[in-house]
Design a protein around this ligand. Structure first.
Ligand code: 13P
Length: 252
């Protein structure tokens, strides 16, 4: 049985005071019933401020990116060791905004995945097609390339520590959520690909989140789908009511 993971990707939003208030409200109101894991991924600069607020809670801290080298002359980058040092347990890798705005390639993301796994950080690996790719019937090929490229060399033993997030680019920040049929179909494809590359046991263990305009109004239906094991939430993770409204949509 896969445990649902709801993660908030704050992207480049909030200031320190708003970040603290949001975390305090979530921690206070989130009653873990053991059926759902929660993770929050604030901007780097707030990680250290927020870590103590999450320390004794059942909410995990995550980062939105990292560099694959351990240390050195990489101006502006943050290493995985630094993330572990401040208390992160998850790291989002290969988000479409990093792929499409900042030019990250599958090869680069693959190096980051390996670096994170070596440190015990759990990667949330994002994959997803552009609208033009979906319209051209290329969705399966695109997510296959992204997933296999980003996971090259990852062993079956390491796979249960990976979370996949299927985020169709056309659904991110647009209010256009994938239909349940579209989401379930790609999630099932991804699980089948994992089975092909590894085995049925690994495929059954890996959590696959959906991301893209998840809101309290659509969360329940998406989270009830057979192969949807959680959500990676952008805009709606910035408001406590919306975020916990999504958590409330997790099937009991
Ligand atoms: P929205 O929930 O704002 O569409 O963003 C999704 C996303 O990119 C999460 O990583």
């Amino acid at each position: 049985m896969r445990k649902v993971l709801i993660a908030g990707n704050w992207k480049m939003n909030l200031n320190r005071q708003a970040a603290v208030s949001l975390v305090e409200a979530i921690v206070q109101r989130f009653a873990s019933e053991g059926t759902v894991d929660l993770a929050l991924c604030p901007p780097f600069v707030y990680l250290e401020t927020l870590a103590p607020l999450l320390k004794d809670s059942s909410v995990a801290l995550g980062a939105q990116n990292m560099y694959f080298e351990k240390s050195g002359a990489f101006t502006g980058e943050v290493s995985g060791e630094m993330l572990v040092d401040v208390g992160c347990r998850f790291v989002i890798l290969g988000h479409s905004e990093r792929r499409h705005i900042l030019g990250e390639t599958d090869a680069m993301i693959n190096q980051k995945v390996h670096a994170a796994l070596e440190l015990g950080l759990r990667p949330i690996l994002c994959v997803g097609e552009l609208l033009a790719e979906r319209e051209a019937g290329q969705t399966e090929a695109v997510v296959r390339q992204q997933m296999t490229g980003s996971l090259a060399g990852v062993s079956a033993d390491q796979m249960p520590n990976i979370v996949i997030a299927y985020e169709p680019v056309w659904a991110i920040g647009t209010g256009k959520v994938a239909t349940p049929e579209q989401a379930q179909s790609v999630h099932a494809d991804l699980r089948r690909m994992i089975e092909e590359c590894y085995n049925a046991q690994v495929a059954g263990a890996v959590r696959i989140q959906y991301g893209g305009s998840v809101k309290p109004e659509n969360a329940k239906e998406l989270l009830s789908l057979e192969d949807v094991d959680g959500a990676l939430v952008g805009g709606a993770s910035l408001k406590v009511e919306d975020f916990l409204g999504i958590v409330a949509g997790v099937p009991k």
